[in-house]
Design a protein around this ligand. Structure first.
Ligand code: ADP
Ligand code: MG
Length: 565
């Protein structure tokens, strides 16, 4: 009984009331605004130089590479123009010695070599054609762009972005250390090595994984509604959303396309409310933070993401175990314990080691609805190193784990709510889809050079013709990725409960928010950003391409558009 009462007491400490959610949303909106106005704020609100999101009608073959902590992934993505894509990929482990190479060149030459191997293996015809052209055309201007792959580069280290394909490395993390590269433009470093190998590849875009998620979701989401927000709930948490250019008032250097009036902003919301003005702060949160490598930083993330939830649970359980009067994991021979043996905590139990408890146990605890909690008790043995835990023990773990996860989901819901409110997407004027323009009007735009306008009008027309168009003005689309949101049972439902508690959203608004998993964000998303970038760089070619597409649609045609190749 004592265990149950104590577990309930600890769980209650994690409760985030509806008022708590509303305060979080208000502060979140305020910090979003602050970050748009100046540098050095709690939420960085980083402009990404990505000035449009796809709607599913985009086509073409693109390359994407992803330099994460351990692997280098190369993939090619064929966008089919009907919200579907085909993806081919290869993955290699980055050799340890290159992570700490003397010069940046050693690492980037290795990366370029992997791209070459991939092209030869999967796109040899394309590659050969390019080589023949090179042999026959004498001036650089003579190359036809269509044989040059546009590449999106997902680079998961801190960079100061200064253009859609320009960004200087701020510092290495995750075990990399090549001082020579710090301060240099990582896209240029890669392009130089690609050029030395004479590969038909242009590094067109530098990509952050949240932006990739937003783009991938916007392409794959049903219908032609463009996605508002891409959010990650995995090891860490972060979000990127579509902002009005006019609201980004802090200085932005470098070139970008101003015609869309929009830009994707990477919020870096993991650092929301580092000052703890509104965030809940239990003794367990405080301990986690104190013992972390970066106390006082990433405070929102430390209450939400996969890297931390298992550790919060561990700290809370240890606090209970340390209370002499609470018999957690101390059953002598309980009649409820079907092994009839004494509960023992291994000396090497992860409960004794910082960061050793994986967050997946929260999902297992939530999923186990059986009376005997057998699955959870097995997991307690395997992941917590406690053998023969009693049903009461397991129930206590379940109660506390549930409270930790629900709080995480409600805080996540508050972040989504704040972005929906700040962008005004729920009010009808802002969300209505324009009527399709006439072909003549679009042609006029093209001739006048209003290419961005013409591009979106053409996209709408193509979507109509392809039968993708549904009356979707009412929907606000959100793309999510990460193991936590994907695997924790009911995570989205708890997010939604929190959103309903916010008066500006309410039950009616919450129903209009569509949340969908965006798979392969770093592949498809990067390809789409490369596409957007390529459109910007070759406006002239693109005008021709648009004209051609328009001809194929006609004013009343019902035909589905053929691939332009
Ligand atoms: P990444 O963030 O590296 O892209 P993931 O999205 O897979 O990778 O997230 C990994 C994180 O999610 C880890 O912190 C892990 O502990 C946590 N995690 C993995 N599986 C689950 C699960 N079933 N339930 C809750 N958390 C999980
Ligand atoms: Mg991920």
């Amino acid at each position: 009984m004592a265990v149950e009462a104590e577990a309930k007491r600890v769980a209650a400490e994690f409760e985030l009331t509806d008022d708590g959610v509303r305060n979080t949303v208000a502060e979140f909106v305020a910090e979003m605004k602050a970050g748009l106005a100046k540098d050095g704020t709690s939420m960085s609100q980083i402009p990404t130089y990505v000035t449009g999101v796809p709607n599913g009608t985009e086509k073409g073959l693109y390359l994407a590479v992803d330099l994460g902590g351990t692997n280098f992934r190369v993939c090619s993505i064929q966008l089919n123009g009907d919200t579907t894509f085909n993806l081919v990929q290869s993955k290699v482990a980055i050799p340890r010695e290159l992570m700490v190479a003397q010069t940046a060149k050693e690492l980037f030459a290795f990366l370029a070599k992997q791209i070459e191997t991939f092209l030869r293996q999967h796109h040899n015809d394309h590659f050969e054609k390019h080589l023949r052209r090179r042999a026959t055309v004498s001036t650089p201007e003579g190359y036809r762009d269509e044989h040059v792959f546009r590449l999106g580069f997902t680079f998961s280290f801190p960079v100061k972005q200064v253009g859609i394909n320009r960004g200087n490395l701020i510092r290495w993390t995750k075990g990399f250390n090549i001082p020579d590269a710090v301060g240099k433009d990582v896209c240029q470093l890669l392009q130089t090595e690609i050029d030395l190998l004479k590969l038909p590849v242009k590094v067109a875009a530098l990509v952050n994984d949240t932006v990739g998620t937003l783009m991938a979701r916007s392409y794959t989401s049903p219908g032609k509604t463009s996605t508002l927000l891409g959010a990650i709930f995995g090891t860490g948490t972060n979000g990127a959303y579509v902002e009005q250019l006019s609201k980004i008032t802090k200085p932005m250097i470098g070139d970008y396309d101003k015609t869309t009036g929009e830009m994707v902003v990477n919020t870096e919301w993991g650092s929301f409310d580092n000052a703890l003005k509104v965030l809940p702060n239990t003794e367990y949160d405080a301990k986690l933070d104190r013992d972390s490598v970066n106390p006082g930083i990433q405070m929102f993330e430390k209450r939400i993401s996969g890297m931390f939830l298992g550790e919060i649970l561990r700290i809370a359980l240890v606090a209970l175990m340390n209370k002499p009067d609470v018999p957690l994991f101390r059953d002598d021979n309980s009649s409820h314990n079907d092994y009839h043996s004494t509960t023992t905590i291994d000396e090497t139990s992860p409960l004794h080691t910082q960061w050793a408890v994986d967050s997946s146990i929260l999902s297992i605890a939530e999923a186990d609805k059986s009376v005997g909690l057998r699955a959870l008790r097995q997991q307690i043995e395997k992941n917590l190193g406690v053998s023969a835990a009693s049903i009461e023990d397991a129930a206590a773990v379940k109660e506390i784990a549930h409270a930790i996860a629900v709080r995480a989901a409600r805080l996540s819901g508050a972040a989504v709510a704040a972005i929906v409110i700040h962008t005004g997407r729920l009010n009808p004027e802002a969300s209505s889809v324009p009527q399709p323009k006439s072909t003549a009007a679009i042609k006029e735009d093209i001739l006048k050079g209003n290419l961005a306008e013409a591009a979106s009008a053409t996209a709408n027309k193509l979507a109509d013709t392809a039968g993708l168009s549904v009356n979707e003005e009412e929907i606000v689309d959100v793309g999510v990725d990460g193991s936590l949101v994907e695997f924790y049972p009911g995570f989205e439902d708890y997010m939604r409960e929190a959103m309903r508690a916010v008066p500006e959203i309410g039950a009616a608004g919450e129903r209009r928010i569509r949340i969908g998993i965006a798979k392969d964000g770093s592949g498809v998303g990067a390809a789409l950003i490369a596409l957007v970038a390529a459109k910007m760089e070759q406006n002239n070619d693109y005008a021709g391409d648009l004209m051609q597409r328009l001809e194929s649609v006609g004013e009343t045609s019902e035909n589905v558009i053929e691939d332009e190749k």
